[in-house]
Design a protein around this ligand. Sequence first.
Ligand SMILES: [Mg+2]
Length: 249
Amino acid sequence: MKFSGCRYIIFTDLDGTLIDEEYSYRDAEDALSIIKKREIPLILCTSKTRAEIEIYRNEIGINDPFISENGGAIFIPENYFENLNFDKRIDQYCVIELGIPYTRLRGAIERIRKGGYKIKGFGDMSVKEISTITNLGIREAELSKKREYDEPFIIQNGDEREVLRIIREFKLMVTKGGRFYHLTGNNDKGKAVRILTDVFRKNGFDGETIGLGDSENDFPMLRNVDIPILIRDGPREWNTRILKILGRG
Ligand SMILES: [Mg+2]
């Protein structure tokens, strides 16, 4: 079968992992060329949108499946696998959908705001505003606004714990990425990684999975790979929330 000779699959986060704070993957270029030469599937698994991920895939020159918006969906290029069950076709992809529609997430943000809490999501921000907060260029900020399964937000004013409690009452989930909280359905990177790993196994893969990430929202992914690699937050710093989860904070 197609993946029976494959020894590794690599799942990687983008921000703070494959790419640096200037959104460049220059430092990873040597590693990327080895990965490509050895034909190791490289699965981008990020809170970014499909539109943003497509830019990186094109630039890096990879054609492997990817996981968008914190496990909201798995996008698989047509004919990539011989054996595959999927939910729907979107453009040139077979899609396994795990998240809930963006309009429902926006509804929750608006209800929380009506309750008197000052929170602001990407849907409330102009492209220019997103560009200022994230340091993304205007074009990239535009792509980051094309949300399908995950709403990044900030709490401007109010009790963080109270806001997070209300979100859980709505049966939605919130995780913390590098810059934003992320509001999602009951999906996370870990579930998506598990499902996609199973698909690879059904197509002959018998090797080990590697996962790389730096933030709290990467933790479910790191727990669902054979070889988890936690990237430092800065030259000396580890993510303090992750240290707490590990009992080392
Ligand atoms: Mg990150």
